[in-house]
Design a protein around this ligand. Structure first.
Ligand SMILES: C[S@@+](CC[C@H](N)C(=O)[O-])C[C@H]1O[C@@H](n2cnc3c(N)ncnc32)[C@H](O)[C@@H]1O
Ligand code: SF4
Length: 340
């Protein structure tokens, strides 16, 4: 298999989390996935320096849990900023945002804040946490601070959508509009076939009803970017940006082939070989993927992954157009540059 040089890296900084969302991908693999494992700060700097030198252009700092629980976050952010990545991204559930507003404005280019509900009740149903008011207050503070400091931070609200909450979309757009953020992005729920099914959540599959519903949303103009979820469809093209354009590495240095699969020692560790992200188990995984001829040949987590679906519908407010982009990641949407 030919090796492609990845552009993006995800570095998970902790395995601790202050929420227990029923839809959480890590919890779908293992209900007891969270632990107090943190990235050793000098090891983190070693990984970042290594891959910057290797050619990584964009760094995604996040967690197999909640990154704002990582006490060395400002140090890792400032270190990464000095490395001159093209962009530094951060995903968070926003609960502890207030504590880090200054560091975020100083070092982060794009932040994705998960708000899976448009009011206290819907948020609680979705995240099993009564933090809606607090998260919204924190976002308001961040938006105000950004304005005060004339800062360019790109703020995106993230919301997981499944068949049962599909009708949230318009209310969520309204909420994001009131918050004055740059974008709202909807992720199609990824069920992970290896896990027990969650009866209240099923992914959105392509259907006439969904297409019609999206057409209604797309018939309007908005003041911010909107990324609609990509419904899972019949897979005809087995190409996945995630597998070939990313390095995904956990707090202990283990690799993963993709952001939808937790890092594990079976995929190799940075300590043993910093090129394990395209060798060993990951090499086999990628080769097997490129040889797949039907959905049944795919690894369990790829079968219902919207990464293999058609491009996402996205609205750009400056151009006032709805267009399509192929996303390069599944749980925070970066996009390939071409517009079809
Ligand atoms: C894995 S979390 C990590 C960062 C942080 N704890 C948070 O919740 O934003 C990153 C994003 O993935 C989304 N996510 C988690 N599980 C998912 C699933 N099964 N399908 C689709 N998106 C999922 C989360 O809702 C969140 O927006
Ligand atoms: S806050 Fe993020 S990592 Fe924690 S349980 Fe929810 S989705 Fe998972």
């Amino acid at each position: 298999m030919q090796h492609i040089k990845p552009r993006y890296m995800i570095l998970y900084m902790t395995k601790r989390c202050n929420m227990r969302c029923p839809h959480c991908i890590f919890r779908l693999y293992n209900k007891d996935c969270f632990s107090d494992e943190d990235l050793d700060v000098s090891f983190g700097k070693q990984i970042i320096s290594y891959y910057k030198h290797y050619g990584i252009k964009e760094l995604y700092l996040t967690a197999e849990g909640e990154p704002l629980l990582y006490e060395h976050l400002p140090e890792i952010l400032s270190f990464s900023k000095n490395k001159n990545f093209e962009r530094i991204h951060l995903n968070t559930n926003g609960r502890l945002l207030q504590k880090y507003i200054n560091s975020i404005l100083e070092y982060v280019d794009s932040i994705y804040i998960s708000v899976d509900g448009y009011n206290r009740e819907t948020y609680k149903n979705h995240r099993e946490s009564d933090a809606f008011a607090r998260v919204i207050k924190n976002i308001n503070k961040l938006v105000k601070a950004r304005k005060k400091h004339k800062n360019q931070l790109f703020i995106s609200i993230a919301c997981v959508i499944h068949q049962q909450n599909l009708n949230y979309i318009e209310k969520m757009i309204q909420l994001a509009n009131n918050l004055n953020v740059n974008r709202i992005e909807f992720y199609n729920f990824h069920p992970i076939q290896t896990s027990l099914p969650i009866p209240t959540c099923t992914p959105v599959y392509q259907s006439i009803e969904t297409t019609q519903y999206f057409e209604t949303i797309k018939s309007k103009q908005y003041q911010m970017e909107i990324v609609l979820p990509a419904p899972v469809s019949d897979k005809k093209h087995f190409y996945c940006e995630n597998l070939f354009n990313w390095i995904v590495i956990g707090a202990g240095g283990n690799y993963s082939p993709c952001c939808q699969i937790p890092p594990h020692k079976k995929f190799g560790n940075f300590h043993d070989d910093p090129e394990y992200f395209f060798k060993g188990e990951i090499g086999h995984f990628k080769t097997k993927f490129t040889r797949a001829e039907s959905t049944s040949d795919l690894h369990g987590s790829c079968k219902d992954c919207n990464g293999l679906s058609p491009e996402n519908d996205i609205f750009f407010p400056d151009m006032r157009i709805w267009t399509k982009r192929y996303p390069v990641s599944n749980y925070c949407y970066s996009f390939t540059p071409s517009i079809t």
